[in-house]
Design a protein around this ligand. Sequence first.
Ligand code: HEM
Length: 502
Amino acid sequence: MLGVILQLFLVFVITCLTVVYFFFRKNYGYWEKRGVPYEKPKPFVGSLSFLMRRSFWDVFYDFSKKFKCDYFGIYMSWKPALMIQSKELAKQVLVKSSDSYQDRYSYAGRDDDPLGSCNLFTLKSPMWVQMRHEVSPMFTGSRLRNLTELMNINSSELVRRIQKDYVENKQPVDLKELFSMYTSDTVAYTVFGIRVSALKELTSPLWLITRHMVRWTFWRGFEFTMIFFLPAIAEFMRLKFFSQPATDYVKKLFEEVVAERKKTGESSDKDLVNHLLKVKSNLKLPAGSDAKLADDLMMAQAALFILGAIETSSTTLTYMLHELAYHPEEQEKLYQEVSAALKESGKDILNYDDLLKVKYLTACMHETLRKYPPVPHLDRICNKTHQLTDELTVEAGTPVYVNVVAIHYNEDSYPEPEQWRPERFINSNDSDNHDFAFIPFGEGPRFCIGKRYGMMQIRTAIAQMVMKFRFEPDAPKVVESDSYSVILSPKNGGKVKIIPRN
Ligand code: HEM
């Protein structure tokens, strides 16, 4: 009897393995059959054999060196996906034919993860269309003018912290952590209107949560990798965009701020809570939806602003300081331009309009975002079959990735792309994508909604720091990236020598 059971079990296992084998073999012939160059897949993992060992950023960089073509095929485990490397095709997918590529491929979350499933990044059409329309006016120039005041207050705090910890107490520098504290404080102030200062006291509850959100442990890296690149597995494993403690904390914070505003009758037009509440009252929810959907939608946007605002900007600030340290002439020029702007304005600190006029600051920031785009790829899923080129038709259901690193390192657009040269962006303004050769914030209907906010919080911090300190190199020129992080993140936090001016 035992022998028969064992035999049956063996037959079952062999049948399953055979089905799986033929399933993968059939899928792995997808690009070959269409005459598209492709990355040779490894059994089961496809093109993802590097996972958790190398960063996505480095792999996208290697792709750009290996495949000198406009597009090629990869396999996200069993699923064929298209990788785009030319600015012309990027424009086609992101803008001209965006109606065929409306949503992101990444996992959209489940009902038991409202903050993960209702935020603008993960929302799918048609709900995304409505939310985007309602939320966009939150980031207009006049709002940013107010928010810049709050960013400047935190930038002054940042300067004080650098002076105390690194100059006076000579503590070891961790730029990524320092700038995450700054962006975390800024987001608390600009979104919720609350003054909690991680820069002042490390026990700030918001910092404990945000640090957890942006700390790339093996598990957090694994969760985000599945959410972005293998959404079917993320769904199967019920992974969450925001952890339970982060969800509970954001909800509590949001509710407390709203209750306080109701109680005191105070409203502040400087932060974003009031605008979110106005959006809530305008929302037209699908018939029969749960009453708490409107609340979830508001809190989800607040949670996403936290995540979006902290990680990307702190990474950019880290790499910008690293490059300035290695480029003393450019650093001096930046210092001179900020000094001149201060003199001309007659103020101690530059405001929104003054900062936009410091062209060299913009050039240094844009060149940093060119060389180190924090998000190395833009993902979409083809929602209706589309003829992308004369030779290539993209079938509905195919994930499509734009390799931002490949576009930013294209030698025709940027000769000697490995060099950091702000001169490439002299006279560049924030809305110029240089004919699609510069897309660190994505493009088209789903481009980054916090683009101008992100750039302004980088400007206020750099403008205040260069006036007080000089920076010199204190780490190898090539910064190793964190292999657990899906976006660019320096492996050891990043450091520079900090010398007070006068
Ligand atoms: C240096 C700073 C930043 C960079 C480099 C950056 C980059 C990006 C990129 C590449 C995307 C995807 C765009 C696409 O798919 O076409 C994105 C989306 C998004 N970002 Fe940012 N971001 C930054 C700062 C911010 C800030 C400060 C916020 C919020 C306050 C924010 C909120 C968002 C949101 C909500 C989306 C989703 C938009 C949608 O799908 O409608 N980002 N960001």
